[in-house]
Design a protein around this ligand. Structure first.
Ligand SMILES: Cc1cc2nc3c(=O)[nH]c(=O)nc-3n(C[C@H](O)[C@H](O)[C@H](O)COP(=O)(O)OP(=O)(O)OC[C@H]3O[C@@H](n4cnc5c(N)ncnc54)[C@H](O)[C@@H]3O)c2cc1C
Length: 388
């Protein structure tokens, strides 16, 4: 893929690859086993400038665009698909939501601190009624004195080291119902992180339920229009789906590379394992699928950078690359035999991370519903922003 990248993108990719191989890979199994990411990893990503890659220069980032962001996420996911998923939320989804919805003052308040890693952000939409079933969501914003009051609770909020939360509540103005987006700070009275879940995959990301009990929301903590803030940041969701797809791609590439080494070294029936034609045939098919996914991903990312993306392509990448990565990881794991099932080899986390990625940031079925709506020219049940 190198020939598509300019010199700046190649330089950032090399920095990300070096970080992934030398610093992240040695602790990736520990992140998975302990369900926690060491603070120094977050600080190191800040030093390397990763959090500001998709933030404009005027707000403290480097404004390098989505292709560059995806290149970095792909490299990092080869070592730790779990950490790459968290990085995608904090590098793309949250800052871009602020960028799309925010006033210049809100951007100046939030984005420089996000770019520097000083105050990373989290994104919170999902509720027990289902992520896209927003008419049944219970978290509500109610007018109160000189602002609003936020009450309710959300599920599965991936936080890492976040201190600022972008929360989607039900809203009302002049008797009209809506669904908006507000800013909540970790220090706000009435805000509570309830617990961190233990997960099958995508571990070490501090994902869990959060609650709001009479949290004061000032008028300048409402992002975008009170009634349509959620729907209006669909472009941020599309960019984020591609970031997430990049982490699925890096996930299958990481396991592919480890498996190639394994089949070259492992002796079966007195010969290297690669002499078995079912193995080489399967490896060739997986290699081809990886290349196809990469072409699809970077074609879509380039369209976003150029402002020409056809809306369901973000969903198509998220669903197709996510499903393909899981299918390929399952086949690659099989080549390890019993060793792949044992945690000590550190390879089954790729399979588990690929599986979690089929649900996180919109399940495959939800994305298929979005794509089908676009293909059929039908709107009404789902919008592309209903999938986080
Ligand atoms: C590791 C992880 C991290 C996450 N982090 C965050 C986060 O940071 N912020 C956040 O807000 N959420 C987060 N989520 C939530 C995630 O986005 C949702 O779990 C996911 O979108 C699925 O939604 P749901 O759980 O509400 O499933 P449900 O909507 O309850 O779906 C149940 C089943 O029905 C299917 N289904 C739902 N709608 C349709 C449809 N229209 N057509 C066909 N089938 C359908 C689903 O695919 C699924 O199989 C995270 C989830 C995970 C697993």
């Amino acid at each position: 893929m190198s020939h598509f990248l300019n010199d700046d993108q190649k330089a950032i990719r090399d920095v990300a690859a070096k970080f992934a191989v030398n610093e992240l890979m040695p602790i990736a199994n520990e992140i998975d086993a302990s369900e926690s990411t060491p603070d120094w990893v977050v600080k190191r990503c800040a030093e390397l400038g990763f959090y500001g890659i998709y933030i404009a220069e005027e707000y403290g980032g480097i404004g390098a665009g989505l292709v560059t962001a995806c290149v970095v996420l792909e490299e990092i996911a080869k070592a730790s698909p779990a950490f790459a998923g968290l990085l995608s939320v904090q590098m793309i989804l949250c800052p871009e939501t602020v960028n799309v919805l925010g006033t210049p003052e809100q951007k100046a308040r939030l984005l420089p601190k996000s770019a520097s890693g000083e105050r990373l952000m989290a994104y919170s939409q999902t509720e027990p009624a289902g992520v896209g079933n927003i008419a049944y969501h219970q978290t509500k914003l109610t007018p109160d004195g000189n602002g609003y009051r936020l009450d309710g609770h959300k599920l599965f909020c991936t936080q890492g080291a976040a201190k600022t939360y972008l929360v989607m509540p039900r809203t009302k103005r002049d008797g009209v119902d809506g669904y908006g987006c507000v800013i909540v700070e970790a220090e706000d009275e009435g805000f509570q992180v309830q617990k961190y879940e233990e997960k099958l995959g995508w571990r070490g990301t501090n994902t869990g339920p959060i609650a709001f009990n009479n949290v004061h929301i000032a008028p300048d903590d409402v992002l975008g229009d009170l009634l349509t803030g959620n729907a209006d940041h669909a472009p941020a969701n599309q960019a984020s789906f591609l970031g997430h797809a990049a982490t699925s791609l890096g996930c299958v590439e990481g396991l592919f590379d480890l498996t190639v080494t394994q089949v070259k070294e492992r002796q079966l029936y007195g010969a290297p394992m690669w002499k078995l034609s079912p193995i080489t045939d399967r490896l060739a098919q997986i290699w081809t699928k990886i290349e196809a996914c990469r072409a699809m991903l970077y074609n879509a990312a380039r369209q976003i950078d150029e402002g020409t993306l056809a809306l369901p392509l973000g969903s198509a990448c998220k669903a197709y690359i996510g499903d393909t990565a899981f299918d390929c990881c399952s086949q690659l794991l099989q080549m390890w035999g019993g060793s792949g099932i044992m945690n000590s080899t550190g390879v089954n986390r790729y399979f588990r991370d690929a599986r979690a990625k089929m649900v996180a940031e919109g399940s495959t079925e939800i994305h298929h519903a979005v794509i089908a709506q676009a293909a059929l020219g039908f709107t009404g049940l789902l919008s592309s922003s209903d999938s986080n």
